[in-house]
Structures are given as C-alpha cells and as structure tokens.
Design a protein around this ligand. Structure first.
Ligand SMILES: *Cc1c(COP(=O)(O)O)cnc(C)c1O
Length: 357
C-alpha cells in the first residue's frame, strides 16, 4: 500500500461549487457576468501564437502595470496562477505542523484547505451579523497562531469592514503573526486601497488581489499580492517557475491597463446587485449589504434553503450552498445579467410566499 503523508491523507478534497449541468446557469462561482475587455482578448489571441515559448518567469510587464495603477513598488508584487496559488504558498511557507492559522467564522474556505495542505490547523473566530469582528479575532489569538487570514470584503457574506478596522487588527496583533488581507473583491468595495497597501511596509502583512472578479478573467488564472520583500522571497520558492501562462499574463496586462472597463464592470454589477437585493428585502429576505459581485441570501432554516435551492435548480439556476461555510441556512448568488437576476428574484419571492417558505 502506497500511502500519502499523514496530513494529506487526513484531508478532504477541496469542495468547489457544483459544476452546472448542461443547460443550467451557474451563479455559484462569483464569475463576472461580463466578458473581458476587447483589447485584452485581442492581445491574448496574439500571445497564443507565441505559446511555443515559456512565459516571462518574473511577470515583469504585468507587475509594472499593477505597480503603476496602484502606486506600489513592482518589486513587492508576486503573481500567482490565481491568488489561490499565493494563499497556498503563504500557508506552506509560514505555517506547518504544530502551528495554527486563524480565520473568520464565515471566511473563505480555501484558506482552511491551504492550511491543511501545510499540515497546520485552522481555527475561526465568530462573526457578528455576517461581518468580520476584529475584537473576536483578537480574542482568539493564542501563542500557536502564526497567521491571521481576513477576507475584506468577505466571501461568502459580501460584507465589508472599514479599512480602519483592518489597520486596528494589524496594530493589535503580535508582530510575529503574519496578517493576510485577501481583497479579491477590493475593486467592488469602494474603499481607498492605499491604507491597506501601506500596511505591507511594516514587514508583517500581505495583501492579495485577483484578476478573476472585477477584471472578468477567472479562466485566465492570474492573481497578485503585495508582499514585504522577506516574505515574498520565501513564497516565491514555493511557486512553480513559469506559473502564469503567456496568454494569461498578456490578458492580465490588457485588463489592468483598461481601468475604465473594470470600473464599468463594477458599476454595472453593483447596479444589478442593488436592485436584486432590494427586491429580495422587500420580499422578506434579510439580505446583508454586499460590497462584492454576489449576495448572501439567508433563509429561516437550512431545510428552507435546501428547498429553495431545489426550486432554483429546477428553473435552471445553480447557486452556492453554504453548509461548508457554517451557513447551512443560506445560499450565495453571483450577480449575473439583470434579466437573470430578475428571474431569480421572482422565483425566490414566490418561494417565500409559499406556506412552507
Ligand atoms: C475568488 C476569490 C479568490 C481568488 O481566486 P483566484 O485564484 O484568484 O481566482 C480569492 N479569495 C477569495 C475570497 C475569492 O472569493
């Protein structure tokens, strides 16, 4: 019998959302409702013709583009095949057997998986009203905690805490605890990113971003992070060389360089999200205010959430069930085109009006 190492054998596989059956519309993975910008697409097609070559292992042009847009030093940036790759590298580089990582109760589940891949244990602190609580996180810090992972805005809750709260968290944590701030939805949040990027200068904080959401490039697999030098150089050792394809790097540059398209995507998505949220609230669903491209839909019970999920699947829509996130009474809906969300709202409102709803 060939056995995996103990901490891998003990792991459950990471549970992505169900893949939509043919004919079903997935609203389960927070993919953009809109296509990538045409210039990025054209550049990507051209880059495909150079695919006999390895990509730039240092992501030079992409880092330069990101550095310019965000006024940060390009040499502090690492690019991953999605920011998930960077989360994996951070967990493996900075935690291991005997260590613990602290997240928020309804935080991003891949952080827990990456932590298990590293052989460390993952713990959580309770949230309040589907929102990260800095006080609860601080109260949960024990001497074995090496990393605190916070997603702001949060997934799957969609809620956001003020930058000042993230700064307070950092300033209150011990200096030997690495803080990872995952801002996968930062472009939707509307807060100035400056104060969060500035935390990186302290040497104990990493900020992660992605091209997968606001830049409509989930399929390209490109995410980035701003790292203190000494932390970035360790994570880099854990990334595969040539990790981001020549097509993906090129498309990502085209996407970053078109901030107008990104802003248009964010604004159009937010307008649909607000209409959808308002309709559901009027229909009796206590939907928390979202600063992302999805919303959380709470039901009275887990059973009601399950039946609503069935009704939506019958109508051809696949939402994300959240039992794995400790929210079995909720579903998460990615914001798609307006007509789709109107249809989903109609179904949910009709469901709520049934006696069992
Ligand atoms: C989508 C998402 C990511 C980004 O994943 P990629 O690997 O960059 O596609 C990271 N964190 C959170 C919370 C997300 O929702």
């Amino acid at each position: 019998m060939i056995r995996a190492v103990a901490h891998v054998a003990a792991m459950a596989p990471y549970a992505l959302a169900d893949v939509a059956a043919p004919g079903m519309r997935s609203l389960a993975q927070n993919e953009s409702a809109f296509p990538p910008n045409p210039a990025a697409l054209a550049a990507g097609r051209k880059a495909a013709g150079e695919a006999m070559l390895y990509p730039d292992p240092d992501w030079t042009d992409l880092r330069a583009a990101i550095g310019e847009i965000h006024s940060v030093a390009p040499d502090g940036i690492l690019i991953g095949a999605g920011s998930m790759e960077l989360i994996g590298g951070l967990m493996r580089g900075f935690s291991g057997p005997g260590d613990a990582v602290l997240g928020s109760a309804h935080g991003y589940l891949f952080a827990a998986t990456a932590c298990q891949q590293a052989g460390a244990s993952y713990r959580t602190a309770p949230e309040q009203n589907f929102t990260v609580s800095v006080d609860n996180l601080l109260a949960a810090v024990t001497p074995d905690i090496r990393i605190v992972f916070v997603c702001n805005p949060g997934n799957p809750t969609g809620t956001s805490i003020p930058n000042a709260e993230i700064v307070r968290l950092r300033e209150s944590l011990p200096e030997n605890v690495l803080l990872i701030v995952d801002q996968a939805y930062g472009e939707f949040d509307g807060q100035d990113a400056g104060p969060i990027f500035e935390l990186v200068e302290r040497g104990d904080t990493v900020v992660l971003r992605t091209l997968s959401k606001a830049y409509c490039l989930a399929g390209a697999r490109a995410g980035w992070g701003l790292f203190p030098k000494a932390i970035g150089s360790e994570v880099r050792k854990l990334l595969n060389p040539n990790n981001v394809s020549i097509v993906s790097q090129t498309m990502a540059i085209g996407a970053i360089r078109n901030q107008a398209h990104m802003a248009q995507t964010v604004n159009a998505t937010a307008a649909i999200r607000e209409r959808f949220s308002a309709r559901l609230r009027a229909g009796g669903y206590p939907v928390p205010s979202s600063r992302t491209n999805f919303i959380l839909i709470p039901f009275p019970t887990a059973e009601a959430a399950r039946r609503a999920d069935d009704a939506l699947r019958k109508a051809g829509y696949l939402l994300r069930g959240l039992a794995g996130y400790g929210l079995p009474h909720c579903l998460r809906a990615t914001i798609a085109e307006g007509e789709v969300m109107d249809d989903v709202a109609d179904i949910l409102i009709a469901f709520k009006e049934l006696p069992h709803g």
